[in-house]
Design a protein. Structure first.
Length: 546
């Protein structure tokens, strides 16, 4: 509402509506005044459908104008949007639904079909709204509810600690969990992100992760919704991303490393420059330094890449610029020291505690480890969640409290250097504990990734923790080898690399896969849980040695 008054004619959202016969995009935009009016119509229409304050409402709508208007309408109403990744598959999606006990459902026809087939899971719904054509299922369409609705709506006076949304984790390192977001958390995120990256109202943003379009509009930027399938960022057409950046003079953008790996390669190969970009934010998984190096070649000298660190439960936590990575930390990463994720952002209290899988009910300073020593990262601050929805055990195991402040245990291993920067070593669940030492995934994998024929690698442990056998799984470059003798040669070269570094000298088994499985949200985090199961079946008791 404030922006609709301040900058009524500034575009708030722009989408690709269609393409002409030559393939050129045909764009459609909503100004802030128009978005405010449409969001108010949605709020009035959804209220008419029976959705009220506090009602948990699953939203399964494609990124675009309807999605953004609906989410802001639910915030205005004091209702609670629930967001679940559709890419996790129907079975896992339904399990998330059972956790939440939904009151209402807003979805496209395909999502409504899933709901209709699984009626028992959705039996407690009191409101169903279809975004698109209504079929054989009950409920109203968004068009029916908004056509004659008023474009004036008085926002509900929500409190900072009132539940604003439930956002499910991707489930890449365990069961997906519903993270409870409060209105104050969203407000803090907008404030902190805007300040951290000096984002100005009036800028042009390309959010390649759907939820971040909400941040774009909240910060007074114009959101250019990219022409892509957000559930498959690794398959994005880089030419379409570049097309949108150049067509709209985009100044800032956020996306997965999987997207920017493709864009960087395409822009470099075709000698394309992106002069209007001031910043590229890349998050969701560790960002390869080679991608950062490539992107710097297509950006203006004054522009930079930033790799914010955090999680669904806590964002932002820390950040580092690409130029600092190339200048100061890249070589240490290549040697196995971990990935530097920068200094904690303002308002974040970050601490490193000793590694344990046990719950920690009460905080004690005895938990802290010395700088330079790997431990579990815990954080507190305005954008940090207090709980998972309806999962008291998961909440208890992921937090500790000193009586005044709640600290969230991120589940990542890292350490603090002499400059106060945080170095990420891998997920706690992915550490490999042998009889004599503990290996951290990111640190060990970096050694193997230095081989020119290795695209990616993954460290896994076979057996019970404390007596695990470390195995490195290699995704070779596609042109690396196809015959057995080439595989043997590469295996020997990798084991020689391993023996020359103290972090990997005990790794004596190498396995190969054409591709490594990745997470559903960013298509960039390696699914080491699946690889552990695969490796256990693949090599029961076998070892590949020099």
């Amino acid at each position: 509402p404030r922006l609709a008054t301040l900058v009524p004619d500034q575009p708030a959202i722009t989408i690709v509506k269609d393409r002409d016969p030559a393939g050129k995009p045909i764009y459609k935009s909503l100004t802030f005044k128009e978005l405010e009016a449409y969001s108010n119509k949605c709020a009035n229409g959804l209220t008419q459908s029976g959705i009220e304050r506090g009602m948990r409402t699953l939203v399964m709508v494609r990124p675009g104008m309807d999605f953004i208007a609906i989410i802001f309408a639910l915030f205005k109403m004091g209702a609670v949007p629930v967001m679940i990744d559709p890419g996790m598959g129907v079975a896992r999606l339904l399990e998330c639904v059972r956790q939440v006990d939904l009151h209402a459902f807003i979805g496209i026809p395909l999502a409504q079909l899933v709901r209709a087939i699984n009626r028992k899971t959705f039996r407690n719904l009191t409101s169903v709204v279809t975004v698109g054509r209504q079929k054989f299922w009950k409920g109203s369409t968004l068009q029916e509810l908004t056509t004659n609705a008023s474009d004036i709506y008085n926002c509900t006076k929500t409190a900072p600690d009132e539940t604003a949304a439930i956002l499910f984790t991707s489930g890449s390192t365990g069961p997906a969990k519903g993270v409870v977001y409060e209105h104050g958390m969203f407000n803090a995120q907008v404030r902190m992100i805007q300040k951290q990256y000096n984002i100005e109202p009036g800028e042009i943003d390309l959010p390649a992760f759907p939820l971040f379009a909400l941040f774009s509009t909240a910060m007074g930027m114009t959101a250019i919704i990219p022409d892509m399938d957000p559930s498959k960022p690794a398959k994005v057409d880089p030419a379409k991303i570049i097309e949108a950046i150049l067509d709209h003079n985009v100044t800032t953008t956020f996306g997965s490393p999987a997207i920017w790996k493709r864009v960087a390669a395409h822009a470099t190969k075709n000698n394309i420059k992106l002069p209007t970009l001031k910043r590229i934010l890349i998050a969701g998984a560790p960002v390869p330094w080679r991608v950062i190096e490539q992107l710097h070649k297509v950006l203006a000298d004054s522009a930079d890449i930033h790799t914010p660190y955090g999680a669904t439960e806590s964002l932002p936590v820390s950040s580092i610029s690409g130029r600092e990575i190339i200048r100061e930390t890249r070589d240490r990463t290549r040697q196995g020291d971990g990935i530097c994720v920068g200094s904690p952002v303002e308002e974040i209290d970050l601490r490193i505690i000793r590694i344990t899988d046990d719950p920690i009910e009460n905080w004690s300073d005895d938990l802290l480890v010395e700088d330079g020593t790997p431990g579990e990262i815990v954080v507190a601050g305005p954008p940090v969640t207090k709980q998972y929805f309806n999962l008291p055990s998961a909440t208890a195991s992921s937090r500790t409290s000193d009586g005044h402040q709640i600290y969230h245990r991120i589940g990542d291993i890292g350490y603090r250097d002499k400059k106060g920067r945080i170095w990420f070593c891998g997920r706690k669940a992915h550490r490999v504990e042998t009889e004599n030492e503990t290996l951290f995934s990111i640190c060990a994998e970096a050694i193997f990734n230095e081989h020119p024929e290795v695209a990616r690698s993954a460290l896994v442990g076979i057996g019970p923790r404390g007596n695990q056998h470390p195995v490195i799984i290699i995704e070779p470059n596609p042109v690396s080898f196809s015959k057995g003798n080439q595989r043997n040669r590469l295996t020997n070269e990798l084991l020689i690399l391993a023996q020359d570094n103290k972090r990997t000298e005990k790794i004596s088994e190498v396995l190969f896969r054409t591709t490594l499985p990745v997470d559903i949200r960013h298509n960039a985090k390696i699914n080491r849980e699946a690889l552990t199961r695969w490796a256990t079946q693949k090599t029961p008791g076998k070892q590949t040695r020099l």
